[in-house]
Write a protein that binds this ligand. Sequence first.
Ligand SMILES: Nc1ncnc2c1ncn2[C@@H]1O[C@H](COP(=O)(O)OP(=O)(O)OP(=O)(O)O)[C@@H](O)[C@H]1O
Ligand SMILES: [Mg+2]
Length: 207
Amino acid sequence: MREYSGFLISIEGIDGSGKSTLAQSLAKALMEDNHPVILTKEPGQTRLGKKIRNILQQEKNLVCDKAEFLLFAADRAQHFEEVIIPGLKKSKIIISDRMADSSLAYQGYGRELNIELIKKINSWCMNSITPDLTLYVDIDEKTALERIFRRKQLLTAFEKESITFWKRVKAGFEEIFKGKNNVIKINGLQSQEEVFNEAYSSIIKAL
Ligand SMILES: Nc1ncnc2c1ncn2[C@@H]1O[C@H](COP(=O)(O)OP(=O)(O)OP(=O)(O)O)[C@@H](O)[C@H]1O
Ligand SMILES: [Mg+2]
């Protein structure tokens, strides 16, 4: 039996796939329909998480690959302690812009660290809680990078990575989500409205 009554949704995909755009529109629409929603993200939702996010994005030169994963994991542990678990206990619908599968794809497949170890530490950080629904925004790395360069935000350390890194991360997501029935793959090349409609109806169906 489930320990918590809330509903946990993660949104995953490579940088520039449209996760944050989708997360915001979903949270707005669900709130307008009177659902109790928490919109959150990894990394950087908690006070500790914001410090970690700054290190990861601005001081990547100080951080080796293993330390990078452990910083994401520390952010995740704090996020579950402060935001996710209390929210689930209060029966909220939680929408998280990225979660554990991002670490598996980026640090596991992208940086080629030990996949099984990452799974184990992720699960420990999350008290073995897994998302009830994952929305995977699927997009090719070329279009995603074009969007990032057009977005007019400072590039993060990841966004300066090579195209071969992105190919590994994307292949990683495909591998992680293969055959999983709680994962909805959405074509990220569609318009924002089409992406939203697909995501929204899959949430309503799953609730
Ligand atoms: N369906 C879409 N079609 C075209 N452009 C889009 C679509 N969705 C989002 N965008 C635009 O693409 C850019 C990247 O979107 P967004 O910031 O939501 O991606 P993200 O997945 O959150 O990226 P990151 O992982 O870097 O945070 C933004 O400028 C956004 O306005
Ligand atoms: Mg984003």
